[in-house]
Design a protein around this ligand. Structure first.
Ligand SMILES: C[S@@+](CC[C@H](N)C(=O)[O-])C[C@H]1O[C@@H](n2cnc3c(N)ncnc32)[C@H](O)[C@@H]1O
Length: 935
């Protein structure tokens, strides 16, 4: 094997073995994986996949024959496990180091230790900061010889000349136009062909080393450059994603109209940061601060004595008040979420985010370090502390929210309702941010709103759930749709998309061309973003609000718009104060408990984890959406405050109802999985959760006909008292309202480059997965799949591929072939009742992805050009080298498969217990079975 195998233990790299042979490779080629990981046996038939070993132990309750001595640690309980060992393959050691090496590239590994050993005296008076040249003598401990040797003094000022200082040794220090030097080139807007032929060096994060090569060609389709390394290796890569420098002279740059990328000078920043670093964090310090869902971000520690001026950011034990560079927002960050600036640079935090704002923040941080200066806007924000800043906003995210109808922010709403303040402390209020261009834009929309309006943003983090019905299951006839711009996820039918999209570009109605420039606020609640639809009176409202507020309805339930009935909303409902966000705006619903009057906005309730449900959600599918049947139908929407929140499965009527369903659906067959292998299940498997349709869609349908929503307005006043009984009037004239946003099938040139259709995303995913993912030894079980680079929530990660076989064939293979060969278990993924993907002998490394009860990925079936594909998506942002996991939702009434995912609240088994329990209820007790002798 031509591979150098390394062991990563707790992030440390240790050379484990050097396997010699053919040309060196970066990672083992995925194509050659099967021989090493598939459960297919060797000629002797004695090898058994680790997966099977673990599984057999679970089944048998102990080690199996032939595996006694080598009990895999993945089968051990979490506490007994050894430190996680991940094997990854790296380039061989004999790769020459990039030559000539940049003398200005601080050797981070050694630089860190030496500098730490002799920390410079801390200097805090940043306003008197000297230029780098002035302090070089002080920071010499970092790398004295290097810094000294590079110093070239300007004769007149006696200060070091920056340009010359930064020139790499080996390339002379001349600044003549012909002298070549290593430069980062600006890639934006440059013809990619211009890079062909350039000598370059590419940074390999695993090796922490640079490798020299030449760009040999450009592939416009893949948007990739091909690099031939000096050591004979070659690869195609996207320059944008790489840390790459070119060896080029100024003259050549001019000739080919290339320009140097004016970016960070990491070394200078490091030197300055080390100079300022030391001891406890005090105000004026520059640090890395972490908000959940965001990269570590450069921030300035604020003066706590001014805290009174920061309104909602009052002192809180264990937290530090910071202002972020780049966004200029204030936040209170837990101390353990703060990292010293030099440490962050050593950990390459500055390379971990590609957002424009992040780059701005680095540049601002650099300016502050070098010159002690802040951007004017940051100062303005500091000056306006007299204003009531209720909370912080990450402007970048705000931009996302305002421009794309989606908002991601820090903090779980559960945390909020458990907050010590009257109102949840972590809800973000967008008002009183006068310096924000975006806020001004946003407020333009709010002119007509009452003065008490405050925008509230919630963490729309759950990309795997429908934004309307909040269910995470997918149905064969109601697939998930994701807006290709803002990534909002909805069920097609919940959003009113009846036509199959088949992978074409799809935008939600706020991202379509012609949509309002900035997202309109919902007229029923202050929550920003989400699935918003037009109302019949020319406003906008969340579909969820329309569904949960009793008086409103949808005129066309196929299109799920426009929202009607706003004028019917009871006047008291508008006056209710939301107990969760504390904003007295919009219309609230109330707790369904008999004696409780607690009010909340439906979306606040959902975000806070309160239960909002149908009284008989499992029976909803039995209701007809046919208007003729309307008289007999009634649906009750229940919601409970925190105090009266009840587990949804407590309702005994549900079990009964399901039992009836089974009885009535003779075509239903209980799923068989006698082999017990951990087949992953999709989300649309008929039998898993009873026969439910996405509940809110059904609710919306029925609601058009008749709704009896229990909660009373204010006290004891049944809403139905003011609702017309019987089917609400469907205004046919209004139903023919012009379609405000025609269905978009936008040509590529109309849209931003980063917005691509499902089909294009799929294509890119297929082209890149080998570069993005790698398999390795997993701490969970056997082999797993790891991310070689960071992934964003919602990214398509990999397709689960293999042989597409009929379910009956899959069963036969399991029983007759795989089980008899290796004992048990296969790599199968059920698409639906008919089709199974068998990845045992063919397919991508997706079959190695392990299960976790708190996964970072999820699976979805997508349809492209008429073909179904099982795609593994990122459920949240995934860091480099994180193991990919998804919830197998393993379903077996016969077997339980112990789970070793290590998540603190692991459910203990890979099985989808909830689904199995539901199914258990669906089984008729024996005593209820009639002995049918035929007639
Ligand atoms: C598709 S394979 C995953 C790849 C597997 N790690 C391997 O090396 O072959 C599925 C099998 O991995 C094992 N597995 C995956 N996730 C697990 C977990 N969280 N706990 C225990 N076993 C797991 C189970 O034996 C399951 O049948």
């Amino acid at each position: 094997m031509p591979l150098s195998l390394q062991t990563y233990i707790h992030g440390e790299v240790e050379e484990e073995e050097e396997v010699d042979g053919m040309a060196p490779k970066r990672y083992i080629p995925i194509d050659s994986l099967y021989c090493s990981t598939s459960p297919c046996v060797s000629a002797s038939g004695s090898s058994m996949s680790k997966k099977i070993k673990a599984r057999k132990m679970v089944v048998g309750g102990g080690s199996q024959e032939g595996e006694g001595e080598e009990r895999p640690q993945e089968a051990l309980p979490e506490k007994n496990r050894q430190p996680s060992i991940i094997h990854v393959y790296r380039r061989r050691r004999f790769h020459k180091k990039s030559a000539p090496q940049n003398s200005h590239d601080l050797d981070i590994g050694s630089g860190l230790d030496s500098s730490r050993a002799a920390k410079p005296i801390k200097k805090r008076k940043v306003s008197n900061l000297l230029g780098l040249g002035d302090i070089l003598d002080i920071v010499l401990p970092i790398d004295e010889t290097r810094l000294r040797s590079r110093r070239e003094y300007n004769k007149s000022s006696g200060r070091p000349c920056k340009k010359q200082r930064m020139l790499p040794t080996g390339h002379g220090t001349s600044v003549s136009g012909k002298a070549k030097r290593w430069v980062k080139l600006s890639l934006e807007g440059v013809d990619p062909h211009k890079f062909v032929g350039l000598f370059c060096k590419v940074y390999w994060p695993i090796d922490k080393d640079w490798y020299n090569g030449t760009i040999s060609k450009y592939n416009p389709e893949a948007k990739e450059h091909h690099v031939k390394y000096e050591d004979g290796d070659e690869e195609s890569l996207s320059l944008l994603n790489e840390k790459i420098e070119f060896h080029i002279s100024n003259e050549e740059m001019q000739r080919w109209s290339l320009c140097e990328k004016k970016g960070l000078d990491e070394n200078e920043m490091l030197a300055l940061a080390l100079y300022l670093d030391g001891g406890d964090v005090v105000h004026g310090d520059i640090v890395w601060a972490k908000l959940t869902g965001h990269a570590m971000w450069p921030a300035l520690v604020m003066n706590e004595s001014h805290v009174a001026e920061y309104g909602g950011l009052k002192p809180m034990k264990g937290t530090i008040l910071v202002q972020f560079f780049g966004t200029h927002d204030f936040a209170r960050i837990k101390k353990n979420q703060i990292v010293g600036f030099p440490e962050g640079l050593f950990s390459s935090f500055h390379l971990k985010c590609k957002q424009a704002r992040f780059n701005d923040s680095l540049e601002e941080a650099e300016m502050y370090l070098k010159h002690g200066k802040f951007p004017e806007r940051m100062l303005q924000m500091q000056r306006t502390t007299g204003l009531d800043y209720h909370d912080y906003i990450i402007r970048d995210e705000e931009e996302k929210a305002l421009s794309s109808n989606n908002y991601f922010a820090e903090g779980s709403m559960l945390g909020m309702i458990e907050g010590t303040k009257n109102f949840p402390v972590e809800i973000k209020n967008l008002h009183d941010l006068p310096n924000s261009r975006l806020c001004l834009k946003y407020y333009e929309n709010l002119r007509d709103l009452p003065s008490g309006y405050r925008g509230v943003s919630v963490g729309w983090k759950e990309l795997d759930r429908c934004n309307v019905c909040y269910m995470d299951e997918e149905y064969e006839d109601n697939l998930f749709l994701q807006c290709d711009k803002c990534r909002m996820m909805v069920h097609a039918k919940c959003y009113g998309e009846s036509e199959p999209l088949d992978g074409i570009l799809w935008f939600c109605n706020l991202c379509r061309p012609g949509a309002p420039e900035s997202p309109p606020p919902c007229c029923l609640c202050p929550i920003i973003g989400g699935a918003i639809k037009p109302t019949t009176d020319g406003r906008w409202a969340h579909l969820t609000c329309a569904i949960w507020i009793p008086e409103t309805c949808l005129l066309d339930i196929k299109k799920m718009e426009p929202i009607d009935g706003l004028s019917r909303i009871h006047k008291d409902r508008w006056r209710l104060l939301c107990s969760i966000c504390g904003v007295s705006y919009g219309a609230c619903i109330q707790c369904s408990h008999r004696t409780c009057r607690v009010a909340y906005h439906p979306l606040c309730a959902r975000a806070a984890g309160l239960s909002i449900e149908l009284e008989d959600e499992d029976g909803i599918h039995l209701m007809s959406v046919d208007e003729d049947d309307a008289d007999d139908q009634c649906i009750r929407l229940l919601s409970f405050c925190k105090k009266h929140k009840q587990p949804s499965n407590e309702c005994s009527a549900v079990g009964y109802q399901i039992a009836q369903d089974v009885h009535n659906h003779s075509s239903y067959h209980h799923p068989i999985n006698p082999s017990g292998c951990a087949r992953s299940e999709p989300y649309n498997f008929f039998g898993r959760r009873g026969l439910r349709e996405p509940q809110v869609l059904a609710a919306a349908s029925i609601k058009r006909l008749f709704v009896e929503n229990r909660p009373c307005v204010v006290s004891g006043y049944c809403q139905n008292g003011f609702l017309d009984k019987g089917p609400p009037f469907v205004d046919r004239v209004n139903a023919n309202l012009p379609c405000i946003f025609p269905k978009l099938k936008a040509p590529r040139n109309e849209i931003h480059d980063s917005i691509v259709s499902m089909a294009d995303k799929y294509k890119v995913m297929r082209q890149t997965f080998r570069k993005r993912l790698v398999f390795g030894k997993s701490a969970i079980h056997g082999f797993g799949v790891f991310a070689k680079c960071a992934h964003k929530a919602g990214d398509m990660v990999i397709e689960y591929t293999g042989e597409l076989v009929r379910a009956s064939i899959a069963d036969i293979r399991e029983h007759r072939i795989y089980n008899s060969l290796v004992g048990a278990g296969t790599y199968m993924f059920r698409i639906d009742d008919e089709r199974v993907i068998d990845a045992t002998r063919a397919g991508s490394i997706a079959h190695l992805i392990n299960h976790s009860c708190k996964p970072n990925c999820y699976s979805r079936t997508i349809s492209i050009n008429g073909a179904d594909h099982i795609i593994i998506y990122a459920k949240r942002d995934i860091k480099m080298w994180e193991e990919l996991t998804y919830d197998y939702r393993f379903f077996s009434l016969e077997e339980r498969l112990a789970c070793y995912c290590g998540f603190p609240r692991c459910r203990g088994v890979v099985n989808d217990i909830e689904a199995e329990e539901q199914m258990g209820k669906m089984r008729m007790p024996h005593c209820n079975l009639i002995d049918w002798r035929g007639e």
